[in-house]
Design a binder for this molecule. Sequence first.
Ligand SMILES: Nc1ncnc2c1ncn2[C@@H]1O[C@H](COP(=O)(O)OP(=O)(O)O)[C@@H](O)[C@H]1O
Ligand SMILES: [Mg+2]
Length: 400
Amino acid sequence: MTSRVQEFCSGISVIKTYIQEQEERKKFTNDNQANVEVNKQLIRANSLFTSLSQGIVGLSYLISIVFGSILVMKSTISLGDFVAFNTYLSLLIAPIENIGKVINLLQQGKAADNRIRHVLSTEPTIQDEEGVTSITSIQGTIMIRNLSFKYQRSKESALKNITVSIPKGTSLAIVGKVGSGKSTLVNLLLRLYNPPKNSIFIDDHDIRDVPLKTLRSSVAYVPQDNFLFSSSIKENIAFDPNPYENEQVFHAARQAHVYQDIMELPEKFETELGERGLSLSGGQRQRVSIARALIKPSPIIIFDDSLSAVDSKTETNILNTLRTQMKSRTSIIISHRISTIQEADQIIVLDKGEIVERGTHHSLLKQNGMYKKMFTQQTTEFLSPSLNGRKILIKKRRRS
Ligand SMILES: Nc1ncnc2c1ncn2[C@@H]1O[C@H](COP(=O)(O)OP(=O)(O)O)[C@@H](O)[C@H]1O
Ligand SMILES: [Mg+2]
């Protein structure tokens, strides 16, 4: 019931705009009804238990009074014995009933304990394996060799035979349609999924042999869904085991071009976000998320379509700032906007998990392939205001 209610609350605007109140109310009533039925069963079992135990208590009194009186009348026992026996009996009843209740509680507790233990004892699938090296720092050279990868439950490979090398301090841009495997490649570099052995090398170490802590502390990552926590903006930016000075937080915010936006908020950097606080616009969230990555002094930085929700002027500004910063860092930029990536040292075009084109912006334009097509499309975009005759309101660019 709790998770249903939570889902309703977070999806309330979708429910309202699609006039689904009745439907959702029906679902809630059904769930509630099922919950009531289960509880009724529990109450039934409980009342049966209580009445049965009280019945037995009453019966034992009855027996002891009838049988005891006969014994007293026959003078087998004294009246004192009879009274004493009955007093003891009444003293015993409460503890015996309690034993029943305790057994009941123990059973319920055991069931809950089993469930919690099941969760707690689950081993993470991705952890440091045998043969892990003890390196604590990374320079930032990335080599990907014949990398193919398939998600556990899917039939198709998400990546096929990817080979690319990114020397330290250079940039790689990845473009491609939605679902072409761009985020998957990044997930593997962060080891959010395990790549096959001998397919990704960082500074000549197989990524599977690099301690996870070293790997992840060496990569600053701006994810595709700009997740922010329900805490202050400052805490969201300085989200790292290392402590940061306020000035460093401000600097990162300036570099991500979100400083002005934050300064206009009621409590500036202390403004609370999330359920109990304020929500930011998509573009602001994205830039806070970029600031979170920029503050981290890591040798590798990854942007997964991280400039999609900002306008092209802000984008250019951010990119110019980044370019100076990224000179010292190995960077991977995923984007479907060519303008974002044309300065990259090398560009790969992914299609259905394969690299179909590679080169620099100029060499790719000469190839007259998919990249060129995307480029031409984007320079002539914004010319299709209606969809099947229906007016559509494009709030945000589609993300891939
Ligand atoms: N966690 C997952 N489990 C199974 N399949 C996935 C998962 N994530 C992505 N995929 C599939 O892998 C392919 C590549 O996805 P993705 O890397 O997210 O593409 P892109 O970032 O280029 O849009 C898609 O076909 C997608 O459906
Ligand atoms: Mg993606």
